[in-house]
Design a protein around this ligand. Structure first.
Ligand code: HEC
Length: 163
């Protein structure tokens, strides 16, 4: 077959590749500043994973899933415990904004890469009017390696009771 015939056949595939989201497309280097693209990537992870329980608006479900909006855990200056909870989950009583929850959050470590956890937590710390600092994938990498656990955290096991 002639070369230009091959090119005609291939062009729909190239178009298909280019229509994918920039994050997943190596052919389209993303233009926005790193911080902006991290938040956008984090929003996608949030919608795919966390929203099932904490809800799209981050308000949770009363008495079942605690809110992330206004949560002391989300707002903490040091994001280490936020990373720990997201990596390995949380179980047993926890008080968020004055209400007690007695549930189990499953570990996200097996599902999400370091960059995805950093991105989703950066999103959560900056969405809904929050003004927290970004979370560095390097912090996620080091806590994933140092904390390795088989069971979700209880609040008393976390440094400074999680906050
Ligand atoms: C299957 C449901 C479920 C999913 C999915 C889930 N969580 Fe949770 N999460 C919970 C429950 C339940 C608790 C409270 C656990 C307890 O009672 O000890 C919790 C607690 C938390 C807390 C501490 C309490 C608070 O409200 O601040 C944070 C932070 C948190 N989750 C973040 C996340 C993030 C970020 C994601 C997505 C990467 C996520 N969760 C995915 C169910 C879930």
């Amino acid at each position: 077959m002639k070369l230009n015939r091959w090119l005609t056949l291939l062009s729909p595939l190239v178009l298909l590749a280019c229509s994918k989201a920039p994050e997943s497309n190596p052919y389209m280097a993303s233009a926005p500043a790193e911080g902006v693209s991290q938040v956008k990537k984090g929003e996608a992870v949030y919608q795919r994973i966390c929203a099932a329980c904490h809800q799209l608006n981050g308000q949770g479900v009363p008495a079942v899933f605690p809110p992330l909006v206004g949560s002391e855990f989300v707002a903490a200056t040091d994001p280490a415990n936020l990373v720990r909870i997201t990596l390995f989950g949380l179980q047993g009583p926890v008080t968020v904004k004055g209400a007690v929850y007695q549930g189990i959050m499953p570990p996200q470590a097996p599902l999400l890469k370091d960059e995805e956890i950093a991105a989703v937590l950066t999103y959560v710390r900056q969405a809904w009017g929050h003004t927290g600092s970004a979370v560095n994938p390097e912090l996620v990498r080091s806590l994933r390696a140092s904390d390795q656990r088989d069971t979700p955290w209880t609040i008393n096991e976390l440094p400074n009771h999680g906050k």
